[in-house]
Design a protein around this ligand. Structure first.
Ligand SMILES: CC(C)(COP(=O)(O)OP(=O)(O)OC[C@H]1O[C@@H](n2cnc3c(N)ncnc32)[C@H](O)[C@@H]1OP(=O)(O)O)[C@@H](O)C(=O)NCCC(=O)NCCS
Length: 194
């Protein structure tokens, strides 16, 4: 399937408000921002870094979505609404991930190299959640609206709150398993700070 067709199909599958392909093409800022990012990323990876930054800033003006040209974004990503969304230079977003408005995939300001998050396949990053640092959001994980995520999130769990804690595993409230996972997350967070 071509990039445009796949991108429009994903919007229609995930947003009940999307009525026709033409409507999606004309009125969804996320689709425009992702399309523009393909060119920005091409320019960035082919040595035209200033032009790439200027191109991405131009589209930031029109879409209110800021994606650094260095970010790696797979086909089949869905950005809904998008206003205020910021994706940093070394972020990776895999196929089927969903990102809403107000999300930050940002750096802590203290890391170098790979310093932005990786969002694995099918993960949901809800509105206004802030994912900070080189953390990994596992496949099909869900980040609740307005959560602040500072450490890795395992696959197939839901995290909510500030800082974000696991509240569901495979959609189930299994208190014992949740406690075990939280202890592991806490241990790996503190060991990463040593
Ligand atoms: C987190 C979310 C994805 C639901 O995931 P889920 O796995 O189905 O989780 P549940 O709805 O069963 O909620 C699990 C628990 O987290 C709580 N919770 C859910 N979302 C929360 C949030 N954003 N902040 C704090 N707590 C939240 C629920 O009250 C529930 O608490 P409980 O354990 O005391 O019962 C969803 O609630 C959410 O935040 N959606 C926002 C999507 C969005 O950005 N929409 C914007 C559209 S414009």
């Amino acid at each position: 399937m071509g990039w445009w067709k796949e991108t429009i199909t994903i919007v229609k599958e995930n947003d009940p408000a999307a009525r026709t392909s033409l409507e999606v093409l004309l009125t969804y800022p996320g689709v425009k921002a992702l399309a523009a990012h393909r060119l920005s990323h091409f320019l960035w990876t082919h040595g035209f870094k200033l032009l790439a930054r200027m191109h991405s800033q131009f589209w930031r003006f029109w879409t209110q979505i800021e994606i650094h040209p260095g970010a790696e974004i797979a086909e089949g990503v869905f950005i809904d609404h998008g206003a205020g969304l910021v994706i940093g230079e070394t972020a990776i977003v895999e196929k089927g991930a969903m990102l809403y408005h107000g999300v930050t995939l940002g750096g802590t300001g203290k890391d170098t190299g790979k310093r932005h998050p990786t969002v694995r396949k099918g993960a949901l990053v809800s509105a206004h959640s802030q994912v900070i640092g080189p953390v990994e959001i596992g496949e099909n994980a869900k980040i609740g609206a307005a959560a602040v995520v500072l450490s890795d999130v395992p696959p197939d769990v839901t995290v909510v709150g500030v800082p974000a804690k696991v509240v569901r595993i495979h959609g189930q409230k299994d208190e014992i398993q949740i406690k075990t996972i939280e202890e592991q997350r806490e241990a790996s967070y503190y060991s990463s700070k040593l």
